[in-house]
Design a protein. Structure first.
Length: 342
């Protein structure tokens, strides 16, 4: 058996905590014998819920935390004041190397602040971006950044492109992934000041496969493997993606139930349609890693159910096995040395 991957799960974070968090943890250890989950939260509630499941006992451990960081709390104050919260204790486990990764569906702001302050950035990394996988016609692409840095500078976007390329190649298995910067046109001279300044920097990078601009309408077709943008744009793309996807699925279902003929047709196409829609189910891809930290921090949707929690936990094994943090560290150090020589 390969070396155990230890994942600290914030059992109290998210709209469906702790029930769906615990269920997701149980599903994960049932699927993988090479991982252990540390359920961090209110011990009595967690143990009561666990009593209803059959699972390999040695693969789940409860770590008591008496406090919970609520979504509406100011992130910085919450991290400072609630030292015994499930999120802070889980991050401390990663910081102290007692866990390889953290998974949480809790407050996005607290996860971003805690990740950078408690777990800490890799030396040389200017900003840590959130990077979710999004479904496309060709499989999946990485959207980086989708919510962590709304005032990014060109140098930050260059680092995002490098970290995203490393993740896609070594975790997803996409060799020499293509990289594109989100723009309002294909021409190099188009875009706002940030895009215009970043474009030539990406073009000059020898360690990424930069192919130029990518328009928003090209993203769902899988035009590039790594979609680079600052967080404001990325978050708009992600939310629109989710909204349009949910609306289309609902409209298709409504159309199929409209008449007797359409209902009969629905029965015939149901297996093929189900398989297709599964490819566009965001929960299949797990959560969004916060790249560039000394350990892995994964943010899942606040409304995550067990399936997404389970997939988020399991994706941590590939991150550890491929030593992504170390590969990012080496890439950043090499870029720093190159800059000194210039």
């Amino acid at each position: 058996m390969s070396e155990m991957t230890v994942v600290a799960l914030d059992a109290m974070g998210g709209d469906n905590a702790p029930g769906e968090m615990i269920k997701g943890a149980v599903e994960a250890v049932r699927k993988r014998s090479d991982m252990k989950v540390l359920l961090v939260g209110k011990q009595d509630l967690i143990e009561e819920a666990l009593a209803g499941y059959t699972y390999p006992k040695e693969q789940i451990e409860v770590v008591h935390a008496s406090e919970v960081i609520e979504t509406a709390e100011p992130p910085v104050l919450a991290i400072r004041r609630k030292k015994d919260s499930s999120l802070v204790k889980a991050m401390q486990l990663v910081k102290n190397k007692e866990a390889d990764a953290l998974v949480s569906a809790g407050s996005s702001g607290a996860i971003l602040v805690g990740g950078q302050v408690l777990v800490g950035r890799i030396p040389g990394v200017n900003r840590a971006p959130l990077a979710p996988l999004i479904p496309t016609a060709k499989g999946m692409s990485l959207l980086i950044d989708c919510g962590a840095n709304v005032d990014a500078r060109p140098a930050h976007l260059v680092q995002f492109a490098k970290m995203g390329s490393i993740y896609m190649e070594h975790v997803i298995g996409k060799k020499n992934p293509t990289v594109g910067i989100v723009n309002i046109g294909a021409e190099e001279e188009k875009g706002n000041a940030l895009v215009k300044e970043t474009f030539p920097l990406l073009k000059a990078c020898k360690d990424i496969n930069f192919v130029g601009s990518v328009e928003a309408r090209e993203i769902p077709s899988g035009a590039v493997d790594v979609v680079v943008c600052e967080a404001f744009v990325g978050n708009v793309i992600l939310k629109l993606y989710e909204g349009v996807g949910a609306t289309l699925i609902r409209k298709v279902k409504d159309g199929m139930m409209a008449t007797l003929r359409s209902k009969i047709g629905a029965l015939l196409v149901k297996p093929a349609l189900k398989a297709t829609l599964k490819d566009f189910d965001a929960s299949e891809y797990g959560g969004a890693p916060l790249l560039g930290l000394n350990g892995l921090v994964v943010k899942t949707h606040g409304s995550s159910k067990a399936k997404e929690v389970c997939n988020s936990i399991i994706q941590c094994t590939a991150f550890k096995e491929q030593q992504i943090s170390e590969k990012i560290r080496i890439s950043i150090e090499a870029a720093s040395e190159e800059k000194k020589e210039d």
